[in-house]
Design a binder for this molecule. Sequence first.
Ligand code: NAD
Length: 243
Amino acid sequence: MLTKEALIIKLKESKDVAVLTGAGISAESGVPTFRGKDGLWRQYRAEELATPQAFAANPKLVWEWYDWRRSIIHPLSPNAAHLTIAKLEKYYDKFTVITQNVDGLHAKAGSKNIIELHGNIWKVQCIVEGNVMENYEVPLKEIPPKCKCNALLRPYIVWFGEPLHPYTFENAVAAVESAQILLVIGTSAIVQPAASLPIIAKEYNKIVVEINIDDTPLTPIVDLSIKGKAAEVIPSLFFWLPT
Ligand code: NAD
């Protein structure tokens, strides 16, 4: 079993590192996780609203939920975990952020090489033309919002039951295959196919480290499981970074 001290030495020596992040990394910035105590909106669970079926049945309801989530996320700032991760791009020859989060906080922290597995809450897509646009309007003037062509816009988000956007998973697998170390931060590791990335990393004999406040299905298979809040643990792993 790897110790935290041995991990820090390996983190210093490595050239290629990847992180896989989930809702837990943004929890201390104030973004509610889906499965945490603030995960409910009105009486709905996320799994009931973040689906193509829910959008087809009631786009107004789904957009009201996204409008609420966007209004929560809009004023929030990246925390010490996002900010430390953003600095790592300069330290390593190759560093990839693979995120399940849609909140845009890695980009706000300054990370550039980001693979957004599940899309981005600040982007919308025309359901007819397929074009993707940035949209930071909070609150939305019109719900549901419409494209110039008058068709509905949808959140540019991968919903439960949908495939990932083209090439995102392939790019994430390539990043995991080349990295020497994968840090898995604040994810319940149950949403597929993201949850398979640490398994793939293990198959390639990579060092896989989990940072989470709780156990997950990954805990028994990782090289090291560090229990704690991402915003405290991540800076403690990289205290040695040049400023
Ligand atoms: P999840 O809600 O299923 O799990 C969150 C995980 O983070 C849990 O394992 C929890 O123990 C852990 N956690 C909570 N607070 C933490 C902290 N301070 N430090 C470290 N760990 C902490 O989230 P998920 O695994 O990302 O999967 C759910 C799906 O929800 C994803 O597809 C994602 O797209 C979406 N989602 C995104 C956001 C966001 O963009 N911030 C928020 C909610 C849900």
